[in-house]
Unconditional design. Structure first.
Length: 296
């Protein structure tokens, strides 16, 4: 009986020894060689070996379990990226530093349920740019509505009275207790994606302190541009004409309202919002909220 039992113990011991020899994972990943400028979309190349699963920490509070994840860094900074590779009960960790530099132009993100728009605020209109940045950093625009939407024309928001406004409430008259002097710049026009300041009727064409609109526009012809030139007594450059003919816009607003920015990514978001169903006063029947952040 003892001789029959001994080999079983031996085999059991061999099995135990073999199970304790699990292969250790070898985590490794590479970062993009190019310079990263906020906002930066980074795809991490996973070169790990002997791993069954992964846990990523991107250093800005975001995580992922994808093998080769892509992550958006919204702001500049130095971030420590941590990768944990797992094989059964063994976890090995590696980390690298990633640097994202600040953009050399003033950028903002306008987030909505229909997508996010990336926009540039122009240095040529410093009063409007600085005021918009100040309000955005204070969280002024967060949860306000695009309260006026006209397809083929524009989408408008920035009225503080639109926050939590009940259905049917008329909007469009709210704002801070100041206006901004007009900043008309010859090189800035109402092409599709242009961001301009709304205003009340006033002889100096001063802008609202907070309300703005984003141009969707409609197709533009040479005849339309000629008509605007004759009426406003100025001339478009060949480049502006070409852009209007290609992109469309609302040239009849040029020199009437201050253009101070432009959407550079996410033009399709404008189209989606401009297509929503609206009620009286051109207010969307379903609220379209915004959240605006400054890219630094």
């Amino acid at each position: 009986m003892k001789q029959a039992f001994f080999p079983i113990l031996l085999l059991g011991g061999m099995a135990l020894a073999m199970s304790s020899c699990a292969v250790k994972p070898q985590p490794s990943f590479t970062l993009p060689a190019r310079k990263l400028v906020a906002p930066a979309k980074v795809t991490f190349a996973n070169n790990s070996r002997n791993a069954e699963s992964y846990e990523w920490n991107f250093g800005d509070g975001a995580t992922s379990r994808d093998a080769n994840p892509t992550h958006d860094y919204k702001h500049s900074g130095n971030y420590t990226v941590v990768l944990k590779a797992r094989n059964k009960n063994k976890i090995i960790t590696t980390k690298q530093m990633i640097q994202v530099t600040a953009p050399d132009r003033c950028l903002i993100e306008i987030e909505t349920e229909y997508g996010t728009m990336l926009a540039e605020l122009f240095a040529a209109t410093p009063k409007h740019r600085d005021n918009f940045v100040k309000l955005a950093e204070e969280g002024y625009y967060n949860d306000l509505l695009f309260h006026r939407v006209i397809g083929g024309f524009m989408i408008q928001g920035g009225d503080p009275q639109s926050r939590n406004a009940p259905a049917g409430q008329m909007l469009g008259m709210g704002g801070p207790s100041y206006q901004i002097p007009a900043e008309f710049v010859d090189s800035l026009a109402h092409v599709k994606g242009a961001i301009a300041a709304a205003r009340t009727s006033n002889p100096e064409k001063k802008s609202s302190g907070s309300q703005f609109y984003i141009v969707q526009g409609s197709p533009v012809t040479e005849a339309t541009l000629n008509q605007v030139e004759a009426m406003r007594r100025f001339h478009y450059t060949p480049e502006q004409r070409q852009e209007y003919l290609k992109m469309g816009g609302t040239p009849h607003l040029d020199r009437e309202y201050t253009v101070f920015g432009r959407v550079v990514e996410g033009l399709d978001v404008i189209d989606k919002i401009a297509a929503v169903e609206t009620a009286s006063g051109d207010r969307p029947k379903a609220d379209v909220k915004m959240k605006i952040r400054v890219i630094k």
